[in-house]
Design a binder for this molecule. Structure first.
Ligand code: SAH
Length: 274
């Protein structure tokens, strides 16, 4: 048995750029497992974030109506086009954070599945972009740093629970599928990874306004160690609501942000926006 590193290093054609979060997957089994967990069908429209040298692309393209592969690194685009002559894949040399997802949705008239072994330095931005575009997305299957995956799925009263947990769980249903060892990549990252899947279902009815909800969650966790009574003073609209806060009865504002469930945040957001 060879180690996966030895077997596959020959495929690494370009020098990895750390600034672009380039850790290429070199374990075929993991690549296949990630794509399998997205449950693709021949009707699906997929956007892949950062195809790199095509580790996941190879398996996605076999099983989808159309794949839009968005890669910021111009160096790999020509290699990708050469290696994937299939008609159902479109390589776009663009920053995913700038991509117009709505436009692709309107063209395809079908909700999109988002897949990627994503650059870890912009995980939160990618996640928030996905959430903002949830109307056009069916789900996301992402490889992220293990610690980030744990924060995304964390429940209240745990140390991992925070802004990422509340926001992601408010808009979707996240789960960790499996962990991935640093040995499955080249160059080898310092951290362990995990594959997460987020389904964008209507988790909560009676949604409150997005901006208000996020400002509330961010402010509450911004002063994580303070009680809500103190941390909420940093809300930009605190003066407008300060008088009414004493009428809030569902839970005590002596609690800290990490003690509130997603439901608690929703109730509180509804109260202050009423
Ligand atoms: N999917 C490949 C590569 C993963 S590394 C594999 O599994 O082997 C992350 C990839 O994302 C790199 O190819 C990097 O160039 C690309 N990338 C980094 N920032 C990006 C951005 N903002 N938009 C699109 N692609 C990006």
């Amino acid at each position: 048995m060879h180690s996966p590193l030895k077997v596959n290093t020959g495929r690494i054609l370009i020098k990895a750029k750390r600034a672009l979060g380039q850790n290429f997957l070199i374990d075929e089994n993991i690549a296949r497992k990630i794509v399998n967990s997205a449950n693709l069908s021949s009707k699906d429209i997929v956007i892949e974030i950062g195809p790199g040298q095509g580790a996941l692309t190879k398996y996605i393209v076999e099983n989808t109506k159309r794949l839009y592969a968005i890669e910021i690194d111009k160096r790999v685009i020509d290699i990708l086009k050469e290696n994937f002559p299939q008609k159902n894949v479109i390589f776009i040399n663009e920053d995913f954070l700038e991509l117009d997802i709505q436009k692709i949705f309107e063209k395809e008239k079908r909700k999109i599945k988002l897949i990627g072994n994503i650059p870890y330095n912009i995980t939160s931005q990618i996640l928030f972009k996905a959430i903002d575009n949830r109307a056009y997305l069916e789900n996301c299957t992402f490889m992220v740093q293990k610690e980030v995956a744990q924060r995304i799925i964390a429940k209240s009263k745990t140390k991992d629970y925070g802004i990422l947990s509340v926001i992601t769980q408010y808009y979707g249903k996240p789960e960790i599928l499996f962990k991935v060892s640093p040995n499955c990549f080249f160059p080898k990252p310092k951290v362990t990874s995990a594959v997460i899947k987020i389904d964008f279902i209507q988790t909560y009815q009676h949604k409150v306004e997005d901006e208000l909800f996020r400002t509330l969650v961010r402010t509450a966790f911004g002063k994580r160690r303070k009680t809500l009574n103190n941390s909420l003073k940093y809300l930009p609209f605190y003066d407008e609501i300060s008088q009414r806060l004493k009428n809030f009865k569902k839970f005590s504002l002596d609690k800290r942000a990490e003690e509130l469930t997603v439901d608690d945040f929703i109730d509180f957001a509804k109260f202050i926006s009423a």
